[in-house]
Write a protein that binds this ligand. Structure first.
Ligand code: TXA
Ligand code: MG
Length: 320
């Protein structure tokens, strides 16, 4: 591991990218101080420049060089949830490379809890910009092997830190103070739940207003995202496929054959989240023509919101 960290540091400090483990998903990391490294992230991922990156830190002091300052209440939130799967949208420091923020006046920051990620940021002595380590719009990786398969010619060095414990991306949040009310704008649901954020705000003596803005204000959180290699068909209101529905799938996806594999989610949202991307990747590698998923009623609360946010975007078509 120590040797891997040293190799990763050398690559990162000379303008390259490295696949790194985090507790949510694997990231494709570069130094925030290397224009070449940041450009490489976009090129490797084939990611459009309008989609801003998350900056990963290992120490709160690093906020000084990334942000234009944080209010006391935001620092308190950071202290409650960091290190961990919460990304905060903060005013950016004027010196930050505009490619990282896609020209926005804000920067997304998080402190990962994965020890390998933290140690790498420590030894590089610079925050690391890192989106999920997948081609743009595709399924995120939760193991080192997933990342290697994304760039199968060995173009990307990956540190293996074991499977990601959480399995889906961080919650993205912007906090706005309006008098004694804290407005919590959730740009992307994740492992840190609305309920957790609300409790924290109340604990800090504030009134809370939660707003789910999800995609509108989060430039990269598009209606189609997280897509597996073969189509995912989401069946919304039935638990069995009729001949008519099969014909509809055939027509809509322009398929010759109708071999499919069923995506089955664990009844525990935490386990379903952890397994989600691995399962999508595994099923994509079978000889099936598409993946089929029956929507279950009632999976709308807590972590299920984040899981279904991903599944709704991963679905190629939805049928009734
Ligand atoms: O768990 C995670 O967040 C993982 C790990 C690697 O840390 N990273 C991740 O990065 O999911 P990425 O690039 O796949 O998703 C980051 C999303 C962007 O697509 C965008 O929607 C949002 O964060 N974002 C970044 N900067 C933003 C900003 N200034 N304002 C609003 N949304 C922003
Ligand atoms: Mg991503």
């Amino acid at each position: 591991m120590q040797q891997d960290l040293i190799k990763a540091k050398e690559i990162i400090l000379s303008g390259g990218v490295v696949g790194i483990p985090t507790e949510t998903v694997y990231g494709l990391a570069a130094s925030i101080d290397s224009s070449e490294g940041i450009k490489n992230i976009f090129q490797y991922k084939e990611r459009p420049f309008f989609d801003p990156l998350i900056v990963h830190i290992s120490d709160l002091k690093q906020l000084d060089s990334i942000t234009a300052g944080c209010s006391e209440i935001i620092l308190k939130f950071a202290n409650i949830f960091w290190p961990g799967p919460l990304t905060l949208i903060l005013p950016k420091h004027q010196s930050l490379n505009p490619m990282i923020t896609a020209g926005l006046e804000t920067v997304a920051v998080r402190m990962p809890s994965h020890l390998v990620a933290k140690e790498l940021i420590n030894i590089c002595q610079v925050p690391l910009a890192a989106p999920s380590a997948n081609k743009f719009g595709k399924t995120s990786p939760t193991t080192a092997e997933h990342v290697r398969r994304e760039w199968p010619n060995g173009e990307v060095f990956v540190i293996d830190g074991g499977p990601s414990a959480i399995g889906i991306e961080s919650t993205v949040l912007q906090i706005k103070e309006e008098g004694d009310v804290l407005k919590l704008e959730i740009f992307r649901p994740g492992y840190i739940l609305e309920e957790d954020l609300e409790k924290a705000a109340l604990f800090l003596g504030k009134k809370v207003l939660i707003e789910r803005v999800e995609s509108e204000k989060s430039p990269g959180h598009l209606p189609y995202h997280y897509q597996p290699e073969i189509p995912l068909v989401l069946v919304e209101n039935s638990s069995e496929l009729s001949a008519v529905q099969l014909q509809e799938i055939k027509n809509k996806l322009n398929l010759k054959n109708l071999n499919y594999k069923l995506l089955e989610l664990n009844n525990s949202a935490a386990i379903a989240a952890r397994e989600l991307y691995s399962k999508l990747r595994e099923l994509s590698q079978s000889d099936a023509d598409f993946i089929l998923l029956y929507k279950k009623q009632g999976q709308t609360k807590g972590l299920w919101r984040a899981v279904w946010d991903r599944l709704n975007r991963a679905a190629t078509i939805k049928i009734n």
